[in-house]
Design a protein around this ligand. Structure first.
Ligand code: HAM
Length: 467
């Protein structure tokens, strides 16, 4: 066991050790004196969220629309592990980024360090390469819906664990691919019913034109070097563009008049950007060129973009993405252009709520069958099974409640129909089926024809409520 009480106090090893040692270790390293253990047990970690059943339909709505829309553009789902070797993120996201320097949750394994994915691109590209997907027809188009982990200061729209819907397209260097990805985001946004989401685009060039720009940036920041935060001082030599992405107020103020990458693009990057704009114009997609977008991840080249809303306060970027033509080579693959985006699902749902967008309501209970007595309970369980096998949502009592309480429950869950079976009903071979909305009661057989009769009544009710 190698306890690593790192900065965030929760690294631990994977070696199996007796519980007593774990207990001592937790006491020594993890729990502050006076910590209320019951509170730890009953309270979720800050920056994490539960999705309770009353809210889960919102997630299902968004995830379904996102997946269906991606599929309509020819993207297929990829699923990747929650954690990867730390080195993957250091290499791809970049060692001078905030994400790698400050925000990763890492776990010390026996031989190497693992990190909970802070984003989906690195793992997806690792999986694309490892599984030989580039041997198939190009472009490879994949999408994912996954959780990500970043140790940022929790606030509305900024969490430790959050969720992304993202898509990556590998193999195309054409600006038409950039337009296609932006169009896909636009389609998802439109199908979700979101309004007033602005698209901001920029080009941050390629390593070729960036070299000259970095010189200009160093010249600009040199007189202020001592005023920059410690992290940015170390970025000055290695990656001065990252200074423009710093969250510190001081660095932001110093960087506000810094030279802009867009003014230093080489011919190829400029032409790529102009052609993209032409495609967007042609497709009627509105955009603003925002030369200040630098993105927080190092792998980007050429096109970068963000979709921004003012509906949810400071954390209004609901989607970010761009081209990363150098990443696959950086990760050991053949030089292959690629690009993608990711939407923050918490922010998307917050915006939908703020804007009063509609979510698909989950299908409720079609019929509740209550029972009085052991024989009736047997009949009830067999009837609900038969109903469920036919595709109905059916429930019966599993609490041993009295009839009154069973009906109260049927009402509470919003069942469309209810029925109570007792000894009399069993003897008669029929029971009263109650339409819970109208109060109307119909005699229904409990015999072989039960399903057919229920199906007719249920169908008639559906047509009636549609009228
Ligand atoms: P990103 O801009 O870092 O890009 O994240 C994408 C989106 O995830 C953001 O626009 C935001 O909506 C959401 N997000 C980020 N951090 C948090 C957080 N702490 N809490 C809640 N939501 C958050 C990427 O992750 C890239 N991998 C996107 C990409 C894919 N680029 C190319 N392909």
């Amino acid at each position: 066991m190698r306890p690593h009480c790192g900065k965030y106090g929760w690294y631990h090893g994977f070696t199996v050790v007796p519980n007593v040692f774990i207990h001592i270790w937790r006491r020594l390293f993890c729990l502050k004196k006076g910590t209320d253990i019951m509170e730890l047990i009953t309270t979720r970690i800050k920056g994490m969220e539960d999705v309770v059943p009353a809210e889960s339909h919102k997630w299902q709505t968004v995830e379904k629309i996102a997946a269906d829309t991606a599929a309509s553009y020819g993207f297929r789902e990829i699923r990747i592990p929650t954690f990867e070797n730390t080195e993957l993120f250091v290499r791809s996201v970049g060692e001078t980024t905030d994400v790698v320097q400050k925000e990763m949750f890492s776990v010390m394994g026996r031989e190497s360090k693992f990190t909970l994915r802070p984003e989906g691109t690195a793992g997806t590209i690792r999986a694309v390469l490892q599984n030989g997907l580039l041997n198939d027809a190009l472009p490879q188009k994949v999408f994912y819906i996954l959780s990500c982990f970043r140790h940022e200061k929790p606030q509305a729209g900024r969490l430790w664990e959050f969720h992304q819907f993202g898509a990556e397209m590998v193999g195309s260097s054409s600006p038409a691919a950039d337009a296609e990805m932006i169009c896909l985001v636009g389609s998802v946004i439109e199908r979700l019913g979101l309004k007033d989401i602005e698209l901001h685009i920029n080009s941050i060039g390629c390593p070729h034109c960036r070299a000259k720009y970095y010189e200009k940036l160093r010249e600009f920041f040199a007189p202020h070097k001592e005023e920059l935060c410690g992290t940015c001082q170390s970025r000055f030599e290695k990656n001065p563009m990252r200074i423009l992405d710093c969250k510190s107020e001081v660095c932001r103020e110093i960087g506000k008049d810094a030279p802009l990458m867009i003014d230093y693009l080489c011919d190829e990057c400029r032409e790529h950007f102009e052609t993209l704009k032409g495609y967007l114009d042609e497709m009627g997609i509105k955009y603003t060129v925002d030369p200040k977008i630098v993105r927080g991840l190092d792998y980007y080249t050429k096109t970068v973009f963000e979709f921004i809303t003012t509906s949810i306060g400071a954390q209004g970027t609901v989607c970010g993405g761009g081209r990363y033509d150098g990443l696959i080579e950086e990760m050991g693959g053949n030089p292959t252009p690629a690009l993608g985006f990711a939407m923050g699902l918490e922010r998307i749902i917050m915006t939908m709520e703020k804007q009063g967008c509609e979510f698909d309501m989950p299908r409720g209970c079609d019929i509740y069958i209550g029972a009085m007595g052991a024989a009736a309970q047997k009949k009830a369980v067999s009837l609900v099974k038969a109903l469920r096998d036919e595709g109905y949502h059916a429930e019966c009592d599993v609490m041993g409640r009295g009839v009154k309480a069973q009906m109260k429950y049927a009402n509470k869950i919003g069942s469309a129909f209810s029925m109570i079976i007792g000894d009399n009903e069993l003897e008669a071979g029929s029971a009263k089926l109650k339409n819970m909305a109208t109060g109307e009661e119909t005699e229904i057989t409990l015999g072989d024809k039960f399903l057919d009769v229920f199906s007719d009544i249920h169908m008639a009710d559906m047509f009636a409520s549609e009228e």
